[in-house]
Design a protein around this ligand. Structure first.
Ligand SMILES: Cc1cc2nc3c(=O)[nH]c(=O)nc-3n(C[C@H](O)[C@H](O)[C@H](O)COP(=O)(O)OP(=O)(O)OC[C@H]3O[C@@H](n4cnc5c(N)ncnc54)[C@H](O)[C@@H]3O)c2cc1C
Length: 590
């Protein structure tokens, strides 16, 4: 079975040393977020993830969820429900939620490492509370006062969980095609009718009620994505006074059988005239749902990070123990029958690739989390606006890159185990199977790429990119005379300039033919991720130099060197693919 130990030291390093989050929290007015409190939360979160969730990971994979077809009830794997009760008892659902609705009001960026630990320990279990946070955000920003009163407290306390019901059999990426109907009723509610598929945690045995946020069409809705409205549809009806009523006409019709995350209930949900309440303006549901989706996209990025880290931990341990053949230059451990495989350069290549992507990715993912706090709480409007723009840029990068790297890292880690990685006993194949979903749900990598290039760069004229490039330039200027950083600052400055020029060329080409955006989008996304990660690595070396022990300085420098020498050059291939443009993509239809 694969083990998990929360990487608290590196989490603290990323959050407090590289990103200086402690000072930011203070500046944003989080009076309770003292270093002692933050440390205590991280330690307690680590204990919960390591001792309660991690041991249930293989159980969830083996048992999966079960549906009672007569009642539509779903039973989760052994131990999952009890773990959720402990989660609620520990106050975890309320950690970063608003105080007004029973939350603890701690910074969002503190919830980020907690999320990483939960997903690393048990991704399937983590999917049950995942969407409660997004549902809370959507209702907080778009719900009527009575809806906030009725739904938020139980969600924040963890007594109820949330779902996100978008996908239908014929529509996934293209939500403009959705058919679920919402008929207005005399009492101001709506009767919701339709079938939603692939709904994560659509039904389960953790809580008495489940709050579905559902996209549907009003009778007079225009066709396409401009005709979609958002509704809150509880499993058990809720009156305007918040009192629970009778069972609503929504039911789980079946559970999907899938490649991984077996412990996560992926449900077909049938809405049969279910009572729902509109959230936000008619026909503006997609915009409201984006509040929820953006939160969820960052969270899915952290799923990729968590799985990569757990896979790396296991592969590193195995590579230090497994004895096969001798080091190329002669025996390193002559007293043993063979050397541990970690002496082989190719095994180190795989391990270091994971380490560079995990530790750099941690800084990237946590930085996005910090921007959420700054965008919401900075006293200065210009700073809030900058953080919002940067967050807009980082969201598709974090979602897509951390999950693509999650797939890559779990495969590298499995490879380090040789044939034993393919055998269920070690848990490595589960990590690889579980990781595979993360590049698909919450918008595929292809859709994230379109969001980045089509929307954030072309439509919004690259406001977020300008913020990031200015920060990279300021960092390079600040460290221009720093000999310890010279080997990173030069290449980083050059890559940032190349990123800017590449962007300008794509935008110019897209003005002539919009299809050029789709042709370049995936490579542009990955290119952007690797340059953003180079910045994270340069910042990490700077932070280690300023505040770290000698061992930390050596470790960060060596990994950063590996990243700049062996991973960052992937940008060359992506840039070449981008430059080849639409002309290199022949038509395949018909
Ligand atoms: C386990 C699991 C859990 C899920 N949980 C939820 C949930 O809780 N709630 C929910 O609503 N949904 C959920 N989903 C659905 C998920 O979000 C969708 O599967 C996903 O968004 C892709 O939609 P699709 O499967 O219909 O693929 P399609 O949209 O049919 O896409 C197929 C392929 O075409 C590509 N493609 C499509 N359009 C474009 C384009 N314009 N440009 C470039 N490429 C394009 C895609 O990238 C993809 O590679 C879940 C799915 C799974 C498998």
């Amino acid at each position: 079975m694969s083990a998990y130990q929360a990487p608290l030291a590196d989490m603290r390093f990323a959050l407090f040393d590289v990103l200086d989050a402690g000072r930011t929290f203070e500046r944003l007015g989080f009076a309770d977020a003292t270093r002692d409190v933050l440390d205590a939360v991280l330690e307690e979160g680590a204990r919960f993830a390591e001792t309660v969730l991690a041991p249930l990971n293989a159980v969830g994979d083996r048992e999966g969820c079960a549906l009672d077809r007569d009642t539509g009830a779903v039973t989760t794997p052994a131990g999952f429900k009890q773990a959720y009760a402990q989660y609620v008892e520990g106050g975890w659902p309320a950690l970063t939620a608003p105080v007004e609705f029973g939350g603890q009001g701690l910074p969002h960026a503190l919830g980020v490492p907690l999320k990483e630990m939960i997903d690393a320990a048990n991704l399937s279990w983590g999917n049950f509370p995942l969407l409660s946070h997004g549902a809370t955000e959507a209702l907080l920003h778009h719900g009527e006062p009575w809806q906030r009163e009725a739904f938020l407290k139980p969600l924040v306390e963890g007594r109820w969980t949330g779902t996100m019901c978008l996908t239908e059999p014929h529509c996934g990426s293209d939500l403009g095609l959705l058919k679920t109907r919402a008929e207005p009723q005399a009492d101001g509610s709506y009767a919701i009718t339709g079938t939603k598929i692939f709904i994560t945690a659509g039904e389960h045995d953790f809580t008495d009620n489940i709050v579905h946020l559902v996209l549907a069409r009003l009778p007079d809705a225009p066709a396409g994505s401009r005709g979609i409205s958002l509704f809150v549809v509880p499993k058990v009806k809720v009156g305007r006074d918040g009192a629970p009523g009778e069972r609503n006409a929504v039911r789980c019709g079946s559970l999907e059988h899938k490649m991984g995350i077996h412990g996560s209930a992926t449900c077909v949900m049938n809405f049969d005239g279910a009572q729902g309440w509109r959230v936000g303006q008619p026909h503006k549901g997609l915009a409201a749902m984006f509040t929820m989706m953006n939160t969820a996209r960052l969270a899915v990025g952290l799923q990729g990070l968590g799985l990569s880290d757990r896979a790396l931990q296991n592969a590193l341990r195995y590579a230090r123990e497994r004895l096969q053949m001798r080091a190329p230059s002669g025996p390193r451990y002559p007293d043993k029958p063979a050397d541990p495989i970690v002496v082989h350069p190719d095994v180190r290549r795989m391990l270091l690739t994971c380490k560079a992507l995990v530790e750099g990715g941690r800084v990237l993912g946590y930085d996005a989390g910090l921007q959420v706090d700054i965008a919401a709480h900075a006293p200065d409007a210009a700073e809030r606006e900058q953080a919002e723009a940067l967050l807009g840029l980082l969201t598709p990068i974090v979602k897509a890159c951390l999950t693509e790297w999650g797939v890559e890292c779990t495969y590298h880690a499995l490879q380090c185990f040789g044939g034993h990685g393919y055998i269920a006993e070690h848990g490595m194949e589960q990590l690889a199977r579980d990781a595979r979903i993360t590049t698909l749900y919450e918008g595929t990598t292809g859709i994230q790429a379109l969001d980045l290039l089509g929307r954030k760069i072309v439509q919004l004229q690259g406001a977020g990119l300008r913020v990031l490039l200015a920060r990279i330039e300021a960092f390079c200027d600040a460290h221009a005379g720093n000999a310890a950083l010279a080997e990173f600052v030069g290449p980083l400055r050059a890559k940032a300039a190349e990123w800017q020029h590449l962007t300008q060329r794509i935008v110019a080409r897209a003005a002539g033919n919009a299809e050029e955006i789709g042709a370049a989008a995936y490579d542009y996304l990955l290119y952007s991720g690797y340059v953003a990660l180079a910045y994270c690595w340069a910042r990490s070396v700077a932070a280690a130099e300023a505040r770290g022990s000698q061992a930390l300085k050596d470790d960060k420098r060596a990994t950063a060197r590996f990243y700049f020498a062996r991973v960052l050059p992937r940008t060359l291939a992506h840039a070449a693919a981008i430059e080849s443009g639409l002309a290199a993509l022949p038509e395949l239809d018909g």
